[in-house]
Write a protein that binds this ligand. Structure first.
Ligand code: HEM
Length: 326
């Protein structure tokens, strides 16, 4: 009862925020980051990131969700420090959990361009954060102000990539992960809404389709029609299925409606509508598209500030794939 009342109050507060746009008008700085960070040292920073992201996505629209996901995987391990970009045996990027990550070439291209105009200045962590924002906008999602000044980490360990959830976790462990990063239950539900676009390899969901928990049947929390469709689509683990089975290319709140129709692709998506801590939020987001759009920007801004290195911490890499040799 107590949980229900607090969830209801929370939703009323959210409605007020979304109606008045109070928080929307005050972008969040702090964590040693600043909106003016590149004003003098690299004034073209945001223009270059945005131009390059647009060029790449124009050629291949699947890079928009790929960049958003890459940013999440970066921030989930050692904070937003570009540790996911380091490319050597034993780095996060080399881990099995990272094998379907994409979009690295976009970041490398932006970095090469920025090294020409402002050498040793623009960090890979800032580039990835800015690129994720621009990819969201390009996909039809909201714009939010990104403060800059993140430094790049010097450490990346494959085993730590195992902290990033792969779609089978329960809500308690997802909440623990998010809370350990300073993110809350609303951020979890709203950021999972990134799955309104993009795809999953079938390998991530096959355990739900054919012999769920040794029953010889699909996961009963999947609608039977959707399970049949997925069984046809996912004969090979290397095939793909859209994360949003109804409007896969539109950045919209259909993801939440799908959960109400038992059409969540990953178990972790579907659990959001069965767990009492997250279900009321899914219900609110399913009926209020403007709330999703607004809060997505707010939660992404929070994600981009997770455990950032600033000032003398870390370094500005000259090549996003390797730590500096000097
Ligand atoms: C809450 C826990 C999360 C879990 C368990 C999860 C899990 C997954 C999995 C299993 C995939 C498919 C991987 C494959 O190709 O097999 C995926 C894709 C994706 N995830 Fe998540 N994710 C979570 C949170 C997030 C967050 C916070 C974001 C971004 C803010 C995000 C953005 C994406 C996007 C955009 C894709 C599609 C990528 C593409 O099309 O290449 N996810 N996620």
């Amino acid at each position: 009862m107590k949980a229900f009342v607090s969830a209801a109050l929370f939703l009323v507060a959210l409605r007020l925020i979304s109606a008045t746009g109070v928080l929307g008008g005050v972008p969040v700085e702090g964590y040693g980051l600043s909106f003016q960070y590149y004003q003098d040292s690299c004034p073209q920073f945001e223009a270059v990131v945005s131009r390059k992201v647009n060029e790449w996505i124009k050629k291949d629209s699947t890079l928009a969700p790929a960049l958003m996901r890459l940013h999440f995987h970066d921030c989930a391990v050692r904070g937003c420090d570009a540790s996911i970009l380091l490319n050597y045996k034993g780095s996060e990027r080399s881990a099995v959990e990272s094998k379907t990550l994409r979009g690295f070439e976009v970041i490398d291209d932006i970095k090469a361009e920025l090294e020409k105009s402002c050498p040793k200045t623009a960090s890979c962590a800032d580039i990835l954060t800015g690129a994720a924002r621009d990819a969201t906008v390009r996909a039809g999602g909201p714009f939010w102000m990104v403060p800059y000044g993140r430094k790049d980490g010097r450490v990346s360990i494959a085993k730590e990539a195992g902290r990033v959830p792969i779609g089978h976790e329960n809500i308690t462990s997802l909440l623990q992960l998010f809370q350990s990063q300073g993110l809350n239950v609303l951020d979890l539900v709203v950021l999972s809404g990134a799955h309104t676009i993009g795809r999953s390899t079938c390998g991530s969901i096959q355990s739900r389709l054919y012999n769920y928990k040794s029953t010889g049947k699909p996961d009963p929390t999947l609608s039977p029609q959707y399970a049949n469709y997925l069984k046809r689509k996912c004969r090979w683990s290397s095939e793909y299925a859209y994360l949003d089975g109804t409007t896969p290319k539109a950045f919209d709140n259909a993801y939440y409606k799908n959960l109400q129709w038992k059409m969540g692709l990953l178990s972790t998506d579907q659990y959001l509508y069965s767990d009492s801590r997250t279900k009321p939020l899914v219900a609110a987001l399913a009926t209020q598209p403007q709330l999703f759009n607004y809060q997505f920007g707010v939660s992404m801004a929070k994600l981009g500030n997770v455990q950032v290195l600033t000032g003398d911490e870390g370094e500005v890499r000259t090549n996003c794939n390797a730590v500096n040799r000097y």
